[in-house]
Design a protein around this ligand. Structure first.
Ligand code: PGA
Ligand code: MG
Length: 227
């Protein structure tokens, strides 16, 4: 007997409309009806994937901030320290740069372990300052993330799988960028959408022909129980 496999899905670039932005509404019904755990693994701050699960109508199984925040459905854990990332943001501002999200900055407002910088801001000084504080900067194509080198989505996923009780080898993952490489390395079947960056494409078992949610919907169709 087969069953739907557990899913691990990234948000930006993966659940987004083929035009490139905004969640594609076609993913809502298949995800709500999916007969196995669905983990949302993202670089976004914790409230965003929680809200996404809430509005889709699925249990909240979430890796946020590239693995810095993990929610198993029962317990939230923090696997990185925000202080160094905050210090980098302060130094970047003091050098005359800006995080690029406006005065109220809803991108970082609820962020607990890392800092995100708008990709229209200069990256070289950001990398220099981050390196002085022992942090790395990763470019997802949607934001620059100043983070500990340590936590990643794959480790967060391991924590959730252990708690919920599913096998990583059974999981199917879809993603689009460098922050999905650790997910792809952790799961049994991995797919990069065709808009993915080179690192994600190299790490995925398969590169899809379709972009964004078109790619993810094609994967759901292929791996669903009975297909
Ligand atoms: O926060 C980002 O930069 C990208 O988010 P994602 O990991 O859900 O694609
Ligand atoms: Mg992405």
């Amino acid at each position: 007997m087969t069953a739907d496999p557990p899913l691990v899905l990234d948000i930006d670039g993966t659940l987004t409309r083929p035009e490139g932005w905004g969640i594609d509404p076609r993913v809502f019904d298949p995800l709500r009806e999916w007969d196995a755990p669905v983990v949302i693994a993202t670089g976004k701050a914790f409230p965003y994937p929680v809200a996404l699960c809430h509005f889709i109508g699925i249990p909240e199984l979430v890796v946020a901030e590239n693995g810095g925040v993990v929610y198993t459905g029962d317990e939230v854990s923090f696997t990185a320290d925000r202080e160094a990332a905050r210090a980098v943001a302060e130094e970047y501002r003091a050098a005359g740069y800006d995080l690029g999200w406006g005065a109220e900055d809803t991108v970082n407002r609820w962020r607990e372990t890392e800092i995100a910088v708008n990709i229209e801001q200069p990256i070289d000084p950001l990398r220099e300052i981050a390196a002085k504080h022992g942090l790395e900067v990763i470019d997802t194509g949607y934001a620059y993330h100043v983070k500990d080198t340590d936590p990643n989505k794959g480790e967060g996923l391991e924590r959730i799988a252990e708690h919920v009780g599913f096998d990583l080898a059974d999981c199917v993952a879809v993603g689009d960028s460098v922050n999905d490489v650790s997910t792809f390395e952790a799961v049994g079947r991995s797919f990069a959408v065709s808009n993915a960056d080179e690192l994600a494409k190299a790490a995925a078992a398969e590169v899809l022909d379709e972009v964004h949610a078109d790619g993810t919907l094609a994967v759901l169709e292929r791996v669903r129980d009975g297909n």
